[in-house]
Design a protein around this ligand. Structure first.
Ligand SMILES: [Zn+2]
Length: 219
């Protein structure tokens, strides 16, 4: 009897760990399911019905031995655009790369490739936002101090080549930036493009509205 009791205690101790790996993130390998999960979280955030999922001690402890994020987010460093909050997700859910202007160089690309090929996250979202200071500064085309100039230099080519219906130059540039980056990531060799071709990875673009909290798809 005592032995059975001990086994039950052992199972109880192990169960949360096993559950954290086996039960969370349904559709983790499916781009469409991942996108749906992301956008559902944003709807909760917008409507004020956030669940704050996957943030308890069980989840935290269950992730010690590994992670299984269901999406990669390339977003701006802007303090008003924190992916885990605006998508109402928790620990281990999102693999986030943040840099001003949500752009990328080889270093960020390496992180994204790690998320897609090693961690097998099936979705990359390039997330721009309105009133983006990095894009705005790039548009002004004036010398910038220190290494901020390097950011503008990287962002600038992506702002060209889009015809916009709107007179809002900044809005148009933010869209152009996201769309260009989505195109580059989708074609990126040797890691991302083959995954996209095999249907194991999808790259999408979106813009976050600071006032409403809505994430709007741009692709
Ligand atoms: Zn920004």
């Amino acid at each position: 009897m005592m032995r059975i009791f001990k086994i039950l205690i052992l199972l109880g101790a192990l169960f949360p760990v096993g559950f954290a790996f086996a039960g969370e993130n349904p559709g983790t390998r499916d781009p469409a399911a991942s996108l749906q999960k992301l956008m559902a979280g944003n709807q909760r955030f917008v409507s004020g019905k956030t669940l704050h999922p996957d943030q308890g001690a069980d989840r935290r402890e269950g992730l010690v031995q590994g992670q299984n994020p269901f999406a990669i987010i390339l977003s701006c460093s802007d303090s008003r655009v924190p992916p885990e909050l605006i998508f109402d997700q928790g620990l281990g859910d999102l693999f986030v790369v943040r840099v001003a202007g949500n752009t990328f160089t080889d270093l960020e690309l390496g992180s994204i490739e790690y998320g897609a090929s090693v961690l097998k996250a099936p979705l990359i979202m390039v997330l721009g936002h309105d009133h983006c200071g990095a894009v705005e500064a790039t548009l002004k085309d004036k010398p910038l101090p220190g290494h901020i100039e390097a950011l503008a230099k990287r962002i600038k080519p992506d702002l060209k080549g889009k015809t916009c219906a709107t007179d809002d130059k900044l809005r148009c540039a933010i869209e152009a930036n996201v769309e260009s980056l989505v195109g580059q990531l989708g074609k990126s060799e040797p890691v991302l493009a083959p995954l996209v071709k095999e249907g194991k990875l999808k790259v999408v673009g979106a813009r976050y509205n600071l006032a409403t909290g809505v994430v709007e798809r741009l692709d």
